[in-house]
Design a protein around this ligand. Structure first.
Ligand code: ADP
Ligand code: ZN
Length: 604
């Protein structure tokens, strides 16, 4: 509820009271004379009264001729008859008196009424804040679409996400000149999905795109679509696109897309939540309804792309995804430099040192850190923010983040570094493996504590047994490294093991590559993991004997053990290299192909 409405309501309440007062004064001071009861009795005896109406407390009547004041109407308050007689005997002039009921009226109903109006307003207000709209907002959905003609943000405000920026530059070019862009028949993506954990700068990036292209920025949050009334969300989507189309070229940004875009039929509202479904359908309709030459580009952000409805990700919709990941150390230095510009710093403040203290921090965490350090310095009464303030602020924030379980402790980071280096080294040392593209110990997604990306140099359609074995050795390289360095096994390798087991099973049962079982296809066309569950209800999967099943298990075991031992042998032989590269990875957090080549080259 806004100020305007509030003002209106108070205005009505004041007017209401005003009328009430006027009426009170009027009734009493009209052409009605208030006469003492004794006078009434006298008039009665004198026969001057034409008619009279009797109520519990009052007598109200008309006189045959007017009183000296000109009134013919009169009112008298009754007095108990016995008592009146007595007073009359002694010729006393007397009148009844009734307490004013004005105060009682207020207490008995006006105050409760005001009270209830108050409660009602409070509830409306709460609904407005909570549900992103509420009762008062129905049909006024325009109020919830945020429009910024100029976001005032450009790419220089977003640091440490260079890859994402590169991908979005194309969209900036397009928005600057939509017609020129389509001249050669090039087609822009309509929708780009920014994927990454909260606080990594997705909103900031979207704003920067609008700022760079100097186009208006329309934004709305997916969670605001989750309304209490069916149809409101869909109306809002329609509204949003209508407004944006009128001002194209423009950017539409939908934050938290997963709140509306959740796959239909998943989650606690499975099958029943019409509202979300309608909203999602409307969104799809709008997406299909505009072509990119209209100059609209839809950006959306999510940190859970895996739960999105597949319909959203189809070609012609959000068919491009841009990863916005947590920054590595270099990225953190750049982000700190952006935010440190606004603070007054002591000479000892070193962004690199701060970045070293903050592995796992997102851009938002770093912005928060700078703010916190500034506050600490202000509270101290100092005139510049010192390194000490930053150290204290880091401690505070880390404590908060650890509760949310997002940061690894130093020992875990070390283990993850050796694990990932294990994958990378085995891949580099085995001939014919896909080259390592990137190694990182920055947690990604749910469960992955680090990652190693290999990129094939060419498309592959055939693989030999040896190549499959090498691939398994690479996958087991992480666990092998932990085994070599720490002599332990950890849960960090669960995903690797699942993939290795799949490969090993395929070698035995699909590709017929073992001597023991021969060139026999035992499992034809293995179904995907999901379909397998369904199939379990129907036909039996296998048509071989239990002995064969035992033999398959034995062969799988043998193949995996061999691959693991191979990886262990390799890493033991290159133990020094493993140490050196893992240390480098710990320090830099991400290594690319060139870094790895340098490190390996030196020791070779
Ligand atoms: P998201 O949308 O990914 O949750 P935001 O874009 O809302 O994250 O980021 C919140 C704030 O954190 C930003 O306003 C900015 O101050 C800071 N921030 C986040 N990422 C960056 C970055 N890459 N560079 C600079 N500042 C950042
Ligand atoms: Zn691994």
């Amino acid at each position: 509820m806004n100020k305007q409405t509030q003002f209106h309501i108070w205005y009505w309440i004041a007017a209401f009271f005003g009328i009430l007062m006027l009426q009170y004064v009027f009734v009493t001071a009209q052409q009605v004379a208030e006469v003492p009861y004794s006078d009434f009795e006298r008039y009665l005896k004198e026969g001057r009264i034409a008619e009279v109406a009797v109520s519990d407390n009052y007598l109200q009547g008309t006189l045959k001729e007017a009183l000296p004041g000109g009134q013919t109407q009169f009112i008298a308050t009754r007095v108990e008859p016995d008592f009146a007689e007595k007073l009359d005997q002694y010729g006393v002039r007397f009148a009844g008196r009734i307490e004013s009921t004005f105060l009682r009226d207020i207490l008995s109903w006006i105050i409760p009424a005001v009270f209830f109006i108050g409660i009602w307003m409070f509830i409306l207000q709460r609904m407005g804040a909570g549900a992103g709209g509420g009762l008062m907002q129905i049909g006024k959905s325009k109020a919830k679409v945020y429009v910024e003609a100029d976001t005032g943000v450009d790419f220089s405000d977003v640091a440490g996400v260079d890859e994402a920026k590169d991908e979005l530059k194309e969209i900036v070019d397009f928005l600057r000149d939509p017609d020129g862009y389509g001249r050669l028949g090039g087609r822009m993506p309509k929708g780009v999905l920014l994927v990454g954990p909260p606080g990594t700068g997705k909103t900031l990036l979207a704003k920067a795109v609008a700022g760079e292209a100097k186009v208006p920025f329309f934004s709305i949050s997916g969670s605001e679509f989750v309304e209490m009334f069916v149809g409101v969300g869909a109306a809002r989507v329609r509204d949003l696109f209508e407004q944006a189309r009128a001002r194209a070229p423009a950017i539409i940004f939908i934050d938290e897309l997963d709140a509306v875009g959740r796959a239909r039929g998943i989650g606690p509202f499975a099958g029943g939540h019409d509202e979300k479904e309608q909203t999602l359908n409307q969104l799809l309709v709008e997406l299909d309804g505009f072509d990119s030459s209209s100059g609209l580009v839809l950006l959306a952000a999510t940190n859970r792309p895996e739960i999105l409805d597949p319909a959203l990700l189809r070609a012609g919709r959000f068919d491009r995804q841009v990863l916005v990941d947590r920054p590595d150390k270099k990225g953190r230095i750049q982000i700190l430099e952006v935010h440190l510009k606004k603070a007054k710093l002591g000479v000892d403040v070193d962004p690199e040192q701060i970045a070293a203290l903050t592995p796992g921090f997102t851009g938002a965490d770093l912005a928060n850190l700078v703010n916190e350090a500034t506050l600490l310095a202000t509270r101290r009464g100092a005139d510049a923010v010192t390194m000490e303030d930053f150290n204290n602020a880091v401690e505070r924030i880390v404590a908060g983040l650890e509760k949310r379980n997002r940061l690894l402790n130093p020992r875990e980071r070390e283990i993850v570094a050796y694990h990932e280096m294990g994958h990378a080294l085995v891949a580099s040392l085995l001939p014919g493996s896909d080259p390592v593209h990137k190694i990182s110990i920055i947690p990604r997604g749910v469960g992955a504590l680090g990652y190693t990306i290999q990129r094939p140099t060419e498309d592959r359609f055939l693989m030999t047994l040896e190549e499959l074995q090498n691939k398994m050795a690479v996958l087991l390289g992480g666990r092998a490294a932990e085994w070599v360095v720490y002599d332990h096994l950890s849960t960090g390798a669960a995903d690797d093991l699942a993939r290795v087991t799949d490969i090993a099973r395929a070698i035995v049962t699909r590709y017929g590559m073992t001597e023991k079982l021969g060139h026999v296809a035992l499992d034809r066309d293995r179904q995907s993991f999901l379909q397998q569950g369904e199939a379990a209800y129907g036909q039996p999967q296998h048509d071989y004997s239990d002995e064969t099943a035992d033999a398959i298990d034995g062969e799988i075991r043998r193949i995996i053990d061999e691959a693991f031992n191979h990886a262990v042998r390799l890493l033991k032989a290159h133990r020094e290299l493993l140490e050196k590269t893992a240390r480098a990875l710990l320090a830099k957090e991400t290594l690319d192909a060139a870094d790895l080549k340098n490190l390996m080259g030196e020791s070779a």
